[in-house]
Write a new protein. Structure first.
Length: 290
């Protein structure tokens, strides 16, 4: 994978390595850990554990975005995430709120969240870009093509790298037109979102093309179904989500070697190790060629 430059992001000075964003789903129906952290106290303890293991941010999500997931009422999402976001922020944890709703983002920012992670790229709520512009907070705009309920129907591309790049460029332009400073924005290629199986590999192998848009990249491969299909048994049965962690760590090492800004993962401690390996590998290559 070619090395990817990391532009400046407001409020996040360079670390000299890839950041680790720990996943905290406070949902009953997420594809990997749905139901594990629906109790707020359990979720808060897990969030603190992710930080103790080396996470730089904890990404709290209250609405599943797994393929086929239906929307939930905003009141339900708020009830799930606000107690967790507030408690973690009070403990000094850097919290990212994973939501497509401006109202949820606003309430969580008021409760202490420092990043908004919008898997719709700002398209699901017409007020989101204005909120981001008004607050000036870092935000993640991900590539997707609509709601989760019909992901498979939209996973068609002639040239996936070019089309994802163009569609993310449009998101970035729309956000900028609404007053969002580009230095607030991280882009996410949306691995597994409206992308079927093997379609994800050329996207991962050509992230430098997405980086040409001039923004840092956050990449989430953790436990995704394309890894399960890669690791399928002789009968073609994909590996289950909790059997995809080693493959996830392999992608994290490769992403770190390429200089990606951040990875979003379920298992933090092994990811920290993988990033150390990838970072050392990249440094050794530079040392030999300089």
């Amino acid at each position: 994978m070619p090395e990817v430059p990391t532009p400046r992001l407001r409020g996040f000075p360079p670390l000299g390595r890839t950041r680790v964003v720990g996943v905290l789903n406070v949902t009953p129906d997420s594809f990997s850990d749905g139901g594990a952290f629906v109790d707020a106290d359990v979720a808060i303890r897990h969030g603190l554990s992710l930080i103790a293991q080396g996470a730089d941010l904890v990404d709290v999500g209250g609405e599943s975005t797994r393929p086929g997931a239906e929307r939930i009422p905003v009141e339900v999402e708020l009830a799930r995430v606000l107690p967790v976001v507030s408690a973690l922020a009070q403990e000094g944890v850097g919290v990212s709120i994973d939501t497509t709703r401006a109202e949820v983002a606003r309430r969580c920012l008021d409760a202490g969240a420092v990043v908004v992670n919008d898997v719709s790229g700002g398209t699901a709520d017409p007020v989101m870009y204005k909120l981001l512009a008004d607050r000036g907070v870092p935000c993640v705009l991900m590539h997707s093509r609509g709601p989760s309920v019909d992901m498979a129907r939209r996973a068609f591309y002639d040239d996936i790298v070019r089309e994802v790049r163009e569609e993310l460029s449009t998101r970035l332009d729309d956000a900028s037109s609404a007053g969002v400073d580009p230095e607030q924005v991280v882009l996410d290629p949306g691995i597994g979102f409206h992308k079927a199986g093997a379609q994800n590999w050329p996207l991962l192998a050509n992230l430098d093309a997405i980086a040409e848009l001039g923004r840092p990249l956050l990449v989430g491969t953790s436990r995704k179904s394309f890894l399960g299909r890669l690791l399928a048994g002789e009968d073609g049965t994909p590996r289950s989500p909790d059997e995809r962690d080693v493959a996830t760590h392999a992608t994290s090492a490769l992403l770190a070697e390429a200089g990606i800004w951040g990875v979003r993962v379920h298992q933090v401690a092994p990811t920290v190790d993988a990033i150390l390996v990838g970072t050392a590998w990249a440094a050794a290559r530079v040392g030999r060629t300089s």
